[in-house]
Design a protein around this ligand. Sequence first.
Ligand code: FAD
Length: 385
Amino acid sequence: MQIDFSKIPEPLIAKSKSELNASIILFRAVHYKWLIKTGRVIIPYILWIPGMKWAIKKTVFKHFCGGETLTETKNVVENLAKYHVNAISDYSAEQADTREKQEETKKNILESIQFAGTQKNVPFACVKITGICARPLLEKISANEPLTAEETKMKQDFLERLDALCAAADQQGKKFFIDAEETWINPAINEAAEMMMAKYNKEKHVVYTTIQFYTKDSVAYLQRLIDTAPYKVALKLVRGAYHEQENERAAKMGYPTPIVENREAADASYNAGLRLCIDHLDKVSFCAATHNADSLSLLINMMEERNISAGSDVISFSQLYGMRDNLTYNLAGRGYNVSKYIPYGPVKETLPYLIRRAEENAGIGDQMGEELQLLQRAKKEKRLS
Ligand SMILES: Cc1cc2nc3c(=O)[nH]c(=O)nc-3n(C[C@H](O)[C@H](O)[C@H](O)COP(=O)(O)OP(=O)(O)OC[C@H]3O[C@@H](n4cnc5c(N)ncnc54)[C@H](O)[C@@H]3O)c2cc1C
């Protein structure tokens, strides 16, 4: 049975008028692409200006992040639990170029895993690899360039950090997502993720790698994993968050873009990924991490055709905090296993994430429209209730 995703969920109507107004103003502002492009360049340099950090914290940060600390996200997690929505605390550091910062990120993620252990509705933890390994090293590994002795040691340290995180998640009985990033560092990320799956997924799905279906080779990579991996394959399926940067870099450096030719091709590829996964549930567990109602409906139909229960623990759904509450709450209302990714961390650390979210909402005309429409409809229903 289809889900009516247009239904305004109760928690959105329950927001205060001022909260709804603030979100409406935010989504109107991010519509201006030039504003976002300028912000992306200047904000990291002007954060020291008095009031700037405060302004970001009260607006875009408040909408898309759970707080600056894990403790601050606790209210959000508990609130989601009331509506049968799971939570994934996502420590948002992705620019850790020094050993000190990488260790600090590891410590923060370990804390988020311990926290998950105390919360029934936090089944997953996650890592962005650029938070625990230097980006230039990931680039070098991905390009298959020989490493110096010092770099080999840095790689070993990175793998030990990742291993410690996977082990902690396993001990807590939680699952662990490894996020995908740009294609020029993803080969190193995939290699590490496959190593961890080989170690932790012998009997159960613990470590989840991420596949970006806007890349040309995504479906072939998924097929190869399914055909050849001697362990249980666990996946987070996304379309991908960096398509503009990918196309820009490819054009600048003169190589063919790794991204499919258009939006329709990205949709077709994502849906092919869903079909492949659902046809191999003997080996695969997956999370459909998407805001796309058509892909969600396709997956729900396929689950029903195969008599897979909504609460299946091998298929889950996820959306980002501050986006598409209509999808999340309507899925939860029908018993699907759905979660929100809740980024948290110091404002400065979350800036790349916030800029990506703003760009995403500026770049896709109708998506911005839908999010804004949703908030405006919630405000109207609030007035009537
Ligand atoms: C829980 C969760 C976890 C995530 N984790 C990651 C992650 O680890 N790594 C990551 O990269 N992203 C991640 N994302 C972000 C995700 O990749 C998308 O940016 C975002 O969710 C929008 O994609 P969508 O499936 O919701 O599709 P829609 O909103 O329906 O479509 C937008 C997407 O389509 C694709 N697209 C649009 N136009 C074009 C075009 N012209 N050519 C090619 N493709 C195009 C892009 O991927 C764009 O983001 C995550 C998202 C969620 C919800």
